[in-house]
Design a protein around this ligand. Structure first.
Ligand code: HCR
Length: 420
C-alpha cells in the first residue's frame, strides 16, 4: 500500500461520493486499469450457461415442465454472472478497485467465439455504450444469433457511506433476457451491494437484499443474498426460492425448489420449501464452470470511442503506478469532453446516442415489449427507482419517471464504423 495518509483522505472523500466516479481521487494502487463501461461484459462470460436454457426442449425424467427446467437453468446462468460481476477484480487484481470513469459515448465491443466441441453455442456479440455521463449510465446489448438469444439492460449506481464505514451501492436498471425462438423472456433485477474492508485498504463486495427473476411463462424466483455466516457460514451466500408464480410466493410452503449455497461456488437444490443440505443434489458449482475470455480487436483497429483505445495511456500509467501519466492522460480525455460539450452547447445540439434509446413506458401500451408485462407479473416497480423495488414501495413516492434504456438492434446492425 502506497502511503496510508493518501488512503485515509481517499476514504474520507468517499463520504461525499454519490455514484459519480469523477468526484473521487484515489491513490494509484487502488485504481483498476479498466473502464467501468467494460463491466457489463460480465453478463455473458459464461456462454455455455447463457445458451443452456435454449437447449432444454423436452420434459425431463422428473417430469418437470420445460419452462421450469429453463427457469432453473437461467438461475444457474445468473449465479455465474454474479461471480463475474462481483469477484473478478478481487481475483485478478487482489481486491476491489476503482474503475475508470467512462465518458459519454464511450463504446466497448467484442465477441465470445464458440469453444464448444459440437458448435452448439455459436458466437456471442457484445455492444456496450456509455449512454449518460451525469448520472453515469452504461447500457449493454448481447446477442447470440445461433440460439436467437438477446440480453439487454442498463446500469446506474447511487452510493453513500454508512456509519459503519462501508460504502453502500444501490443499482438502478435491470436485464431482459429473451429466447426468441422459444418466445420466452425473463426480467432480472439487480442486487444492492456494499463495499467492506475500506478501513484496511482491502475493499471487497458483499451483495445484499434480493434479486428477482420473472419468466414470461409465470415462474418466479427470489434470490436473497447474505454475507458470511447467515444462511451458510460462508461468504457470498444466497438462498433462492422458485415458485410457479409471484402470487404463490405470498403463500406459505409454495416453493417448488429451494437452492442454497455460494453464488461464487457450490450450491445445492431441494424440492419444496426446506433448505437443502450438502447431501442434496448439487445445483451448480460456479467455480468449476468455465468463464470465456471476450475477444476484443487490437487497439490499433479500434475506433477512437472504444474504451481500450481511449484509455490506453491512462491504463499504462496505472499499470506502472505513474501518477503523473495517469493525471496528464486523464485530464486530456476530460478536457476533450468538456470542449465537446461546449461546442454542442454553442451549436444548440446534444450528443446523439449510438445504439440505445430511452423508452418512456408511461406513454406506451402495456404490450410494447416484455418489460412491463414481466414487471407486472412480479409486482415490480417500472418507475425509475432502485432495481428490485416492489410496486407500492415508499421508494416510488413522488417518482413519475418511467423511462428506461433500450437496445436498438436495427441501429446496431447498421453500424459501419465500430465493428466487432
Ligand atoms: C461499486 C463499483 C462501481 C459499480 C460496479 C457495478 C455495480 C457496475 C455494473 C456492473 O454490472 C456490476 C458492478 C460491479 C462492481 O462490483 C461495482 C463496483 C465495485 C466498486 C466500484 C466503486 C465505485 C469503487 C469505489 C472505490 C473503491 C475501491 C473504494
Amino acid at each position: 500500500m502506497s502511503g496510508s495518509s493518501s488512503w485515509t483522505s481517499f476514504v474520507k472523500s468517499l463520504a461525499s461520493y454519490n455514484g459519480d466516479l469523477a468526484s473521487l481521487t484515489a491513490p494509484p494502487f487502488i485504481l483498476a486499469p479498466t473502464s467501468l463501461a467494460e463491466y457489463s461484459q460480465y453478463w455473458a462470460e459464461y456462454t455455455e450457461l447463457l445458451v443452456a436454457p435454449t437447449q432444454i426442449k423436452t420434459v425431463g425424467e422428473d417430469k418437470e415442465p420445460v419452462e421450469l427446467q429453463r427457469m432453473l437453468a437461467v438461475i444457474r446462468w445468473y449465479l455465474a454472472t454474479l461471480k463475474s460481476q462481483y469477484t473478478s477484480r478481487a481475483s485478478t487484481l487482489g481486491s476491489e478497485k476503482k474503475p475508470l470513469n467512462p465518458f459519454l459515448g464511450e463504446l466497448f465491443v467484442g465477441k465470445w467465439v464458440d469453444e464448444s466441441d459440437d458448435g452448439h453455442i455459436g458466437e456471442t456479440d457484445l455492444a456496450i455504450e456509455q449512454v449518460s455521463h451525469h448520472p453515469p449510465i452504461t447500457a449493454y446489448g448481447i446477442e447470440n444469433k445461433k440460439n436467437n438469444i438477446v440480453l439487454q439492460g442498463y446500469n446506474r449506481i447511487k452510493a453513500s457511506m454508512s456509519a459503519t464505514g462501508s460504502l453502500n451501492v444501490r443499482q438502478f436498471g435491470h436485464s431482459i433476457l429473451e429466447f426468441k425462438d422459444l418466445n420466452e423472456q425473463y426480467l432480472v433485477t439487480l442486487p444492492h451491494l456494499h463495499l467492506e474492508g475500506l478501513l484496511v485498504a482491502a475493499p471487497f463486495i458483499e451483495l445484499e437484499q434480493k434479486s428477482y427473476i420473472q419468466s414470461s411463462a409465470g415462474y418466479y424466483a427470489t434470490i436473497e443474498f447474505t454475507g458470511r455466516g447467515y444462511f451458510y457460514g460462508k461468504k457470498n451466500s444466497f438462498k433462492a426460492k422458485v415458485y410457479k408464480s409471484y402470487e404463490d410466493s405470498l403463500k406459505k410452503g409454495k416453493e417448488l425448489y429451494t437452492i442454497t449455497g455460494q453464488w461464487s461456488g457450490a450450491s445445492n437444490i431441494a424440492k419444496g420449501s426446506s433448505s437443502p443440505t450438502s447431501s442434496d443434489p448439487l445445483f451448480v458449482d460456479i467455480s468449476k464452470q468455465k468463464a470465456q475470455t471476450l475477444q476484443v480487436k487490437p487497439i490499433e483497429k479500434q475506433h477512437e470511442l472504444e474504451s481500450r483505445r481511449a484509455w490506453a495511456k491512462v491504463a499504462e500509467g496505472i499499470k506502472t503506478g505513474d501518477m503523473n501519466v495517469i493525471h496528464a492522460e486523464k485530464s486530456k480525455i476530460e478536457n476533450a469532453q468538456r470542449e465537446l460539450r461546449l461546442k454542442e452547447k454553442e451549436a444548440g445540439t446534444t450528443w446523439q446516442n449510438r445504439w440505445y434509446e430511452q423508452v418512456d413506458y408511461s406513454k406506451l401500451p402495456e404490450d410494447h415489449d416484455a418489460f412491463v408485462k414481466l414487471a407486472k407479473l412480479a409486482n415490480l416497480s417500472i418507475k425509475n427507482v432502485p432495481s428490485s423495488t416492489l410496486k407500492g414501495d415508499s421508494k416510488e413516492d413522488g417518482v413519475t419517471d418511467e423511462t428506461h434504456w433500450r437496445f436498438n438492434r436495427a441501429k446496431f446492425d447498421k453500424e459501419t464504423e465500430v465493428l466487432i
